[in-house]
Design a binder for this molecule. Structure first.
Ligand code: ZN
Length: 414
């Protein structure tokens, strides 16, 4: 997978973009934006490309809220026709995902111009889409280049900046969950990526005060961290390093809101809340000494398969078959497998505690999120106490990954 994508972050990115296109002999562009992002950046990009006498077709997606669904995708594909273009995405996560998908399916490349440091998906391969009101992720492609225009990013809505910071804070728990999965469930792991990823995260957290001010230094640190995060996923070839129990909770809420026709929430805002909750689980783990865990696991039995399936059916309704397929490795555990897992957990408990120590306490995650003005309670996101508890209890069924939520569920820790 290509990870040497040229990334430009600066005050004057449009001339850099035209220079890049000239060097690569690109002269036909399909620019995709929405009304907001066209006003803040897209129109200037369009003018700059046209000023080079290049062929530019522009799609400004309309409506209150652009969703990466069938309707929007067809709109872009109709505008594109069967011609050859370099797609240019001027927007935040959703516009980029629509462009990522449409360019990939028409065998074209795309260039990303992020308009908000709100998410780490700019450089990713997957395009989250909503098809028949169900969220799915289509495999597509990363951009061939990223031009991040600092003045535009600094002027992005504050809640989008806070969401980007929330998506980054989620790496505390996703990186810990990843290592936990390797230690206890033999999931593929790359220590070099994990080390560099954590370095990126800590550098970003150090800039929290500057990010709050939306200063050029703070926003540079945030967008650089988000872009690097996407590149680490590309390098590993999966989203595993970037997405743990905090993201599973975010996916749970997202599905629920979609099903109930409620307004969508920013991805990073949900991940921020998920991170507080997942960090709370690590708080519990940290308080358990080895003797205590050995004592508590003595009488723990393999969760009853029928009861697990009934629970999944009750929570996930029409998605039951899909969720059960995902959970097969856990549902098919034998009593002997389960005893071996328990033994392993007890034997490796010191390392589990080491992993838990890499996650800041939930209170510290709250403090960091508050510092940048991000939501820290379910109420602020319009989620009920029941929906919060349901995500804590059931979101781990959504993926086949071993996380702190899975550990606690299987071992009856909460
Ligand atoms: Zn994310």
């Amino acid at each position: 997978m290509q990870t040497d994508i040229p990334i430009t972050i600066g005050e004057e990115t449009i001339p850099e973009l035209t220079r890049y296109c000239r060097e690569k002999n690109l002269d036909r562009f399909l620019l995709v934006s929405d009304e907001n992002t066209h006003a803040v950046l897209g129109a200037r990009v369009e003018a700059a490309l046209k000023a080079q006498d290049w062929d530019v077709r522009t799609v400004v997606l309309g409506g209150e809220e652009v969703i990466a669904d069938e309707e929007t995708i067809v709109q872009v594909l109709l505008a594109a026709g069967r011609e050859k273009w370099t797609y240019v995405a001027v927007g935040s996560g959703t516009i980029t995902d629509i462009t990522r998908f449409c360019s990939h399916r028409t065998r074209n490349d795309f260039i990303s111009l992020p308009t908000a440091p709100s998410v780490d998906g700019y450089t990713s391969i997957g395009a989250p889409l909503v098809v028949r009101r169900v969220k799915m992720t289509a495999s597509a492609q990363p951009p061939v280049a990223v031009f991040a225009d600092l003045p535009t990013l600094c002027d992005a809505p504050r809640e989008m900046i806070a969401a980007g910071f929330g998506d980054m804070l989620g790496k505390f728990t996703s990186l810990a969950d990843w290592r936990l999965g390797a230690l206890l469930w033999d999931e593929p792991y790359d220590a070099s990526i994990a080390r560099r990823y954590r370095g990126t995260l800590l550098k970003c957290v150090d800039e929290a005060a500057e990010i709050k001010r939306a200063s050029p230094a703070g926003i540079t640190a945030l967008i650089a961290a988000l872009v690097e995060s996407g590149l680490f996923m590309l390098e590993f070839g999966q989203t595993r390093p970037a997405s743990g129990s905090e993201h599973h909770m975010s996916h749970y809420w997202e599905m629920k809101l979609l099903q109930e026709n409620r307004p969508a929430l920013l991805h990073g805002a949900k991940v921020g809340l998920g991170t507080i909750l997942a960090a709370g689980r690590y708080d519990v783990v940290r308080r358990l000494e080895r003797e205590e865990i050995a004592r508590r696991l003595t009488n723990v039995r393999l969760p009853d398969r029928e009861a697990e399936m009934a629970r999944i059916r009750q929570v996930y309704g029409p998605l039951t078959d899909e969720v059960i397929a995902t959970q097969r490795p856990f549902l098919e555990m034998t009593a002997a497998d389960f005893e071996a897992l328990k033994r392993r957990i007890i034997d490796k408990w010191d390392e589990v505690l080491e992993i838990a120590a890499t996650v800041p306490p939930a209170q510290e995650i709250i403090r960091l999120l508050e510092q940048v003005g991000g939501p820290t309670t379910p109420q602020q996101l319009g989620l009920s106490a029941e929906e919060t508890q349901a995500a804590l209890d059931h979101a781990h069924y959504l993926r086949d990954r071993f996380t702190v939520a899975k550990l606690g569920h299987l071992m009856g820790l909460w």
